[in-house]
Design a protein around this ligand. Structure first.
Ligand code: MN
Length: 466
């Protein structure tokens, strides 16, 4: 059988990614039968950032659960086949040059088994994660919708509450899925949806790309893998889904229906409140033989980092368009990978750092506090950024506050999303005498071969030191 020479990056295939993690000591297998209620989340959280966790027969259910697929920045880079320092640039390139998906010929793996009688908790192992969550949630479902006018698809992840055997409550924040749904609801029609669980890691990352409406995130997955993503058509709609996905739910976002959803433990480490929200009716479930069910524990590293890298890529592209002085951006964990943005600039013109702040605050409603630093400060190290604030920032001169702007509804300190934005210019003030802000440094320190020059001191160090 002829095979092409091209080799997909490790994250192009979920089961292959798990093989790689197993072979490198990063796949932990839990005891059989761990409780779906809090048990799965507890184990996954304890291993968060160190090992992926695999749960055989969770709560006695025949379908295994897997969690923590991408819980380190370095793993995301590995999945994409690049060095960690090149991850954001790789993602930027993929967003700039998406690759159309390719329908497969033959029977799609994701439709090997078809269920028309939908009883979600019987078919799938649905975990309950945090203490006050309303109950089981689907948390790693890629919601795919299609704009009938243009034929263009959208992919995003929404928290999906189990509300009935074939019913899910969905939180739609004011972005693309909601825009497409409103078009349909305006004429009294439902919106077809597909919910993909157990996509490959690159598609999981691509789903979080901050690209314009009309851009099918699956095409960014294709660009990341370096070849068209194999897709197949849903049974009940025109939606194209990744053909090798483990599980696909097909259904409709219901027009003019709202039902209570929440509370649910979210990325800021607080609960999203219970409120009237959108509803999906599931009409079919298809899956591979012996499928894997992926869950993302709310507030864990996978949840935080999945949002961070794609946003960093788009924020960097956006800022550099107007400010060539911008060198790098970072969304630190301490800011829940959403609210705090660090921006590194190279010798900005007088006042330019403040313009960068103004632009950065408008990038996304989640961006709440922006700190701008110079190139001698590593923006990926929060200690370095704090040092710059401690030594280069004066609040009366370098602080910008914008009251009552649109913020994150999940930030409990806002008034339902209405909140202040803040910018800190921690760059060296224009015109400062050069010596005043020169970092102390020992010449030659970094190039020393410290192992050749030193060794552990022996017990007779007092004599030997003479
Ligand atoms: Mn989109």
């Amino acid at each position: 059988m002829a095979h092409t020479e091209r080799k997909d990056p490790p994250g192009a295939d979920l089961r292959g990614w798990l093989d790689l993690l197993q072979a490198t000591g990063r796949l932990a297998m839990a005891a059989s039968g761990i409780d779906l209620r809090f048990g799965v989340a507890g184990v996954a959280n304890r291993l968060d950032g160190r090992q992926v966790s695999l749960f055989p027969r969770p709560g006695g259910h025949p379908v295994p659960v897997v969690s923590g697929l991408l819980s380190q920045r370095a793993w995301m880079a590995e999945a994409a086949g690049v060095a960690v320092d090149d991850l954001v640039a790789r993602f930027q390139r993929a967003c700039r040059s998406p690759l159309p998906s390719a329908p497969i010929t033959g029977a799609p793996p994701c439709q090997q088994v078809v269920h028309r009688s939908v009883d979600l908790p019987r078919l799938l192992p649905l975990p309950t994660h945090n203490e006050h969550d309303h109950g089981p949630y689907i948390t790693a479902g890629l919601l795919i919708t299609r704009d009938d006018a243009t034929g263009r698809q959208n992919v995003s992840i929404h928290r999906l509450q189990l509300s009935g055997p074939d019913r899910l409550g969905a939180l739609l924040l004011p972005r693309h899925t909601l825009a497409l749904f409103r078009e349909r609801e305006r004429v009294g029609a439902d919106l077809d949806v597909a919910i993909v669980i157990g996509a490959d890691p690159l598609t999981l990352m691509a789903s979080q790309a901050a690209v314009p409406l009309g851009q099918d995130e699956l095409e960014i997955s294709g660009a990341l893998r370096g070849s068209p993503l194999p897709v197949t058509r849903c049974l009940d709609s025109e939606i194209m889904v990744p053909a090798h996905a483990e599980i696909v739910l097909e259904g409709k976002l219901l027009a003019d229906v709202r039902e209570p959803e929440g509370p649910f433990g979210e990325f800021p480490q607080y609960y999203g409140e219970r409120a009237e929200r959108h509803v999906i009716r599931v009409t079919a479930v298809t899956h591979r033989e012996n499928p894997l069910y992926h869950t993302i524990v709310g507030g864990g590293l996978e949840h935080l980092l999945l949002g961070a890298i794609p946003r960093e890529a788009s924020f960097l592209s956006e800022l550099r368009r107007n400010f060539p002085c911008v060198q790098a951006v970072h969304l630190p964990l301490g800011g829940t990978c959403r609210y705090h943005l660090y921006v590194q600039v190279d010798r900005p013109a007088p006042g330019e750092a403040k313009n960068v702040i103004l632009a950065a605050l408008g990038l996304h409603y989640d961006v709440k506090h922006v700190t701008v630093v110079d190139t001698d400060v590593n923006p990926h190290d929060p200690d370095e950024v704090e040092w710059a604030v401690a030594t280069r920032f004066q609040a009366d001169r370098d602080l910008l506050v914008v009251p009552a702007a649109q913020g994150s509804k999940l930030d409990p300190s806002t008034a339902n999303g209405l909140g202040a934005k803040m910018g800190l210019d921690a760059t060296i003030p224009a015109g400062a005498p050069p010596m005043r802000f020169t970092r102390i440094a020992v010449p030659g320190q970094d190039s020393l071969d410290i192992d050749a020059l030193t060794a552990p001191a022996p017990p007779d160090w007092r004599d030997r030191a003479r």
